[in-house]
Design a protein around this ligand. Structure first.
Ligand code: PMP
Length: 782
């Protein structure tokens, strides 16, 4: 079952032609056995004999002349390793010649040289011939797990060879699917290979790998009278590969002819997991791998039957069952997907079994009951997500969605470097900042180094709201003022203090100590985009805000601004606006706070921080959301002088803020941004996307304006370009339509009519094209 090696192809070369008396002679003369009886055994490419001798029963294996000696050596070494590490596992033992050789060469009458091996014979009946039950499936699962453990520390150079039976190479079989005669089956096999390529292959490289048997099949498993596994044979397909492939192969075999397929696989996997705990990602890919193995079996067999019609009966012996099982796979696939995580003790998706839709419905009811009605939930049919990777989110049905909305997974969902950093630090030390620890100091130094001016003191907390809350407290302590200035439609957090700073949340009910500047909206504002010194003119509104506070007996403690004006509708303020506002606020004794929770860490594709687009340096910067790629972390960064005002009041301490694990996540995010060139990618892909959106505006009158920078773009939808009437209702439909097309976006702005595009920075040009296609289709269908 191998691909070619330098000596010709073992699938092509004919099997050796030794007679029974040749075999007896080899066993006696070469291996020193006293032979009583010899009987031929079936083999496809080699020749095997069962030998009864004075010291017990043996199997004499005479390899195909084309077999690579390194592969023979690999098999022998693997068997010996297993026997050493788990002596109770029933695998054949390797017998040697009196001189200690395990695979001496023997020459056939045709002059060809063959490696000869003598292995102990294991009694038992093949799994394929016995009645099976849950106990046998469990025993098989446990035996397979033990085999994997026994092989864990083993390696051999031949383990890296290329085998067609290595599921990682499944897509190479695409061209060979033509040999499958029945069209429906051919299509099914092709579809499984497609799905394997898109949903499984990308994650295989991250899974733990080692030498695996790779063919613990029904034919290679022996069962004793008591219904227990008595032998695991034939290491001829062993390779170095992801461990879970071993389980996939055996699970596919167990399915063949199983009356209760889900039960059979569940028992197998549960017993495996008890002995060798499976990781969540391994369990996730397992159902697809099982289906892929069935498809691979059919493709290889059809191709080989075409090449060797004379041997068709032997080669295609399992085809009927393979075809039947693959055809029926979809009917139990959903149950299999929900059953597998449970065997590993993953939280049950629902109190009931059933389809993914039932599970989602039940989850929705439980959520409403225990998380309350105030908690926001997207989409008419809420998305039940189970996994994220890169720019993709997967739902419970296994459908992948392109995530063009979430900025928290800044460097991509589940980025391995961040996951690894979190796991490593969590396993090493996690404690609070009242002790001396390296990570928090190193991280603060890194942040200070990439922030301008004297922004060098970092106070760590856990959320953007907390950071703004603390910034507000510091600003009040520093300047003594009690008033605040913000921008219309701004959002700065969920605490009492930051809620007051968030007109977006209050629908016009502005707190007494807060004044909101008009949004510098060059699309809707009653001014020309090209008006000279527009920014400076609009900034004068800050004077009015300060005067209005003064009328109420208040001085501004701080001006808070999100440099992308995201919740105000994603705007690019005219040049000079922010600098003008900063100047006026400072003149009135207030501090200027840049809330970088949305715009920081390179999202804007050029400047690393949003405020840099405006040519200003704030007094305080607050960071959150993308900072830890999803690990709760946030920061207030300010100058030593301003930080001193907090220290004068007393001590500062946040239990979880800046803990070593959070800082390890933060450090990993900065490293990934740099290593993967993500700021440049945000600029490049953002520009492409923006151009694409502008060109869509040529086809769709719904699009009133396209704006933003880098990978933070807004598309304002209007009912009519002249009246600019907001297309609020239609925007909701656009979000639903995009979701139906597999793309997640959001909405923003006071009228919720700005489509918000804010993907992880690992978004590529191909993803941008996909988004544009979906938006085009969605707008067409409005
Ligand atoms: N500031 C801005 C600009 C935000 O967008 C948000 C969150 N949407 C926050 C602060 C609050 O952050 P968190 O939800 O982490 O408290």
């Amino acid at each position: 079952m191998t691909a070619s090696n330098g000596r010709g192809d073992v699938l092509e070369a004919r099997a050796p032609r030794f007679t029974a008396s040749d075999a007896a002679r080899i066993a006696e003369e070469v291996f020193g056995e006293e032979v009583v009886e010899v009987a031929p055994l079936e083999s496809e490419r080699d020749q095997n004999f069962r030998i009864r001798g004075a010291r017990g029963e043996r199997v004499l294996k005479l390899s195909n002349a084309a077999e690579d000696p390194a592969v023979v050596d690999f098999e022998i070494a693997a068997l010996r390793h297993v026997a050493r590490w788990d002596p109770a596992l029933p695998v054949p033992r390797v017998c040697t010649t009196p001189r200690g050789e395990a695979s001496p060469c023997v020459v056939a009458t045709d002059g060809l040289r063959h490696a000869a091996r003598l292995l102990t014979f294991l009694p038992g009946r093949p799994f394929s011939e016995v009645g099976r039950d849950d106990a046998l499936h469990r025993d098989l699962g446990a035996s397979l797990a033990r085999l994997g453990r026994a092989l864990r520390g083993f390696f051999h150079p031949a383990a890296g060879r290329v085998l067609l039976w290595d599921l990682r190479h499944a897509t190479r079989l695409r061209s060979r699917t033509e040999a499958i005669r029945e069209p429906a089956l051919r299509a099914l096999v092709a579809e499984r290979l497609e799905r394997f390529e898109s949903s499984v292959l990308p994650s295989l490289q991250d899974l733990r790998a080692q030498v695996i048997h790779n063919d613990v099949s029904r034919h290679n498993t022996l069962v004793d009278e008591g219904g227990r596994v008595a032998g695991i044979l034939d290491f001829g397909d062993a390779i170095h590969a992801p461990l879970v492939l071993d389980l996939a192969v055996t699970a596919a075999e167990v399915l063949l002819g199983a009356p209760e397929p889900v039960d059979a696989v569940r028992e197998l996997v549960a017993a495996y997991h008890e002995c060798e705990p499976l990781r969540a990602e391994e369990l996730r890919v397992l159902p697809d791998l099982v289906a892929t193995r069935l498809a691979v079996g059919l493709a290889i067999s059809a191709w080989r039957v075409r090449e060797h019609p004379g041997n068709a009966a032997y080669i295609a012996g399992d085809d009927a069952q393979l075809g039947e099982t693959l055809s029926g796979f979809a009917s139990f696939e959903g149950d299999l997907r929900s059953a597998l995580p449970r065997v590993a003790g993953a939280p049950r998706a629902s109190g009931v079994g059933g389809s993914a839709k039932d599970v989602a419905t039940s989850l929705l009811a439980r959520r409403a009951r225990h998380l309350g009605a105030a908690l926001e939930l997207f989409y008419a049919q809420p998305l039940h997500l189970v996994r994220g990777r890169g720019v993709w989110l997967h739902d419970a049905d296994g459908r992948a969605y392109l995530d063009a909305y979430n900025n928290v997974p800044h460097v991509g969902h589940g980025h391995p470097a961040v996951v690894e950093a979190i796991a490593r630090q969590a396993a090493t030390l996690n404690t609070n900042t009242r002790y001396l620890t390296d990570t928090v100091v190193e991280y603060a130094e890194r942040l200070a180094a990439i922030l301008p001016g004297r922004l060098e003191v970092c106070l760590f907390v856990c959320s953007g709201s907390e950071a703004n809350d603390l910034a507000w407290r510091i600003a009040r302590l520093h300047g003594g003022g009690r008033g605040a200035v913000v921008v219309e439609g701004a959002y700065h957090g969920t605490t009492e203090a930051t809620h007051a700073l968030s007109p977006w949340e209050r629908e016009g009910d502005i707190a007494d100590h807060v004044r909101a500047l008009p949004t510098p909206d060059v699309y809707r504002g009653a001014f020309r985009r090209d008006e000279p010194r527009l920014g400076a003119r609009l900034a004068a509104a800050a004077d009015e805000a300060v005067a209005s506070l003064a009328e109420a007996g208040l001085a501004p403690a701080a001006f808070f601004v999100d440099p992308t004006l995201s919740s105000s509708g994603i705007h690019v303020a005219p040049e000079g606006w922010l600098a003008g506002v900063f100047e006026r606020i400072r003149a009135a004794g207030g501090l200027c706070v840049a809330d970088e929770v949305q715009s920081g860490f390179g999202r804007m594709g050029g400047p690393f921080w949003g405020f840099e687009m405006h040519g200003v340096v704030p007094d305080i910067v607050t960071l959150g959301k993308p900072i830890g790629n999803g690990y709760p972390l946030a920061a207030v960064v300010t100058t030593p002088e301003i930080a001193a005002s907090l220290a004068e009041e007393g001590e500062f301490f946040s239990t979880f803020g800046g803990n070593p694990v959070a800082c390890a996540a933060g450090l990993a995010v900065l490293e990934v941004i740099e290593r993967e060139g993500l700021v440049e990618q945000a600029r490049r892909v953002g520009t492409l996307l923006r151009e694409g959106l502008e060109s869509l505006a040529g086809d769709h009158a719904w699009i009133g304006d396209v704006r933003g920078a880098g990978l933070f773009l807004g598309v304002e939808l209007v009912r009519d370009r002249v009246s600019q009437q907001p297309a609020t209702h239609e925007t909701r439909r656009v979000l639903e339509g995009m979701r139906e097309r597999g793309v997640l976006v959001g909405s923003e702005g006071p009228h919720r009519n700005v489509v918000k595009i804010r993907p992880p920075l690992v978004f590529e040009a191909s993803h941008a094209a996909r988004l544009l296609e979906a938006l085009d289709g969605t707008l067409r269908s409005l």
